[in-house]
Design a protein around this ligand. Structure first.
Ligand code: FA5
Length: 346
């Protein structure tokens, strides 16, 4: 039996030397070491040996089994490594080649300034409101004291939506300003309140360097008891001072908007020339900034607020124009035309 064992070992090792691939190796392993393999079969006979032979043969067969297993494993490992190396050569990956740089985006200047405006008004106790961009004629006009067929409707050229009607509130339009959110906010929260409404608005206008069909406004609304325009002056001077980081003065001029009475236009002192007069302020020392006024009592009533008990003011400024001022952009259309070369500068 000893000779048989030695022969199996010799045959197995000789056969191993001739093996060229992993499949042949596996077959050979089954042939010698498998459940019905040559070595296994032979070992089944150990139990019939004499007590003197049993330990010797047992030990020898174990050594041979371990040796063969080791030899098979080593060759298997060699084949695996060769296979991997071959694959690596096929899909060669040069770790020294520089990677593809993915361009990093950044926040659009309009959003940057909007966030800053929100932060400052937030600090002064104003909540941020939102409203629909597709709005009913009622909220965009009638609720704001601009009746149908009133000439004041011509102040804001309007996009009307074809075949769209709100059954209670008339035709649908793309809102021409953020003012409709005044009535919506009063209806929802009543008085007192303090809100700003940043948002996108639309006008059916020919575009030029300072006019676009789509732009951004910020509405402000404060309703409380004993409110006057001096509060508005104080709030706006503080807001602009915080926004520009240096002292800013504001002044009122008379203005007309149907939803405020009295109505006014607010200018702020030109920061470029310190009120001396320059090209930016058209040599006046002041920059025209926004429309404002005391909320008309018809608007308070439309919002369900009692004008005998409460009053307040509202304002609306062009956020897009503020961004242009801030960064010295001389054509409004550059901001939204999607040209990366331009927008990357901010
Ligand atoms: C209004 O839209 C009023 N709702 C503002 C208001 C609110 C007055 C509350 C009183 C009380 P106006 O049409 O002037 O007003 O527009 C306000 C600002 O929007 C302008 O000062 C300007 O900065 C900006 N704006 C108007 N039209 C355009 C346009 N076509 N492109 C870019 N900005 C514009």
């Amino acid at each position: 039996m000893k000779d048989q064992l030695e022969k199996i070992k010799k045959d197995a090792l000789e056969a191993l030397n001739k093996i060229k691939d992993i499949d042949a190796l596996k077959n050979l392993e089954v042939k010698f070491l498998g459940r019905k393999g040559l070595l296994t079969n032979l070992l089944r006979g150990v139990k019939d040996l004499s007590p003197a032979e049993k330990p010797l043969i047992g030990k020898l067969s174990n050594t041979i089994k371990v040796d063969l297993e080791q030899a098979f494993a080593t060759l298997g490992q060699k084949f695996e490594t060769e296979k991997l190396e071959k694959e690596l050569k096929k899909d060669f990956f040069d770790t020294t080649i520089p990677g593809t740089a993915r361009p990093l985006g950044h926040i659009h200047p309009l959003s940057q300034v909007q966030e800053e405006v929100e932060r400052i008004f937030n600090q002064m106790g104003f909540a941020i409101m939102d409203g629909p961009e597709v709005e009913s004629e009622y909220y965009n006009f009638e609720g704001l004291n601009i009746p149908k067929d009133h000439p004041a409707r011509d102040m804001q050229d309007t996009f009307f939506l074809k075949d769209k009607n709100d059954k209670d509130h008339g035709r649908m339009v793309l809102r021409t300003h953020t003012s409709p959110v005044q009535v919506r906010t009063m209806e929802k929260y009543g008085a007192p309140l303090r809100v700003i409404v940043p948002g996108r608005v639309f006008r059916y206008e020919a575009t030029d360097a300072s006019h676009d069909t789509t732009f951004y406004q910020v509405e402000g609304l404060l309703i409380d008891k004993n409110i006057s325009l001096s509060h508005l002056k104080g709030v706006m001077a503080e807001f602009l001072t915080r926004l520009f980081g240096k002292p800013v003065k504001v002044r009122f001029r008379p203005g007309y908007f149907p939803f405020v009475e009295p109505g006014l236009e607010l200018d702020f002192s030109c920061l470029l020339c310190g009120e001396k007069g320059c090209r930016v302020c058209k040599h006046t020392g002041w920059i025209e900034f926004m429309g404002a006024g005391m909320v008309h009592e018809n608007v308070l009533k439309a919002g369900g607020v009692d004008p005998k008990e409460y009053q307040g003011w509202a304002f609306g400024f062009g956020l897009t124009r503020l961004v242009m001022m801030r960064y010295g952009i001389d054509d409004i259309r550059l901001l939204t035309n999607g040209d990366q070369r331009f927008i990357k500068q901010f």
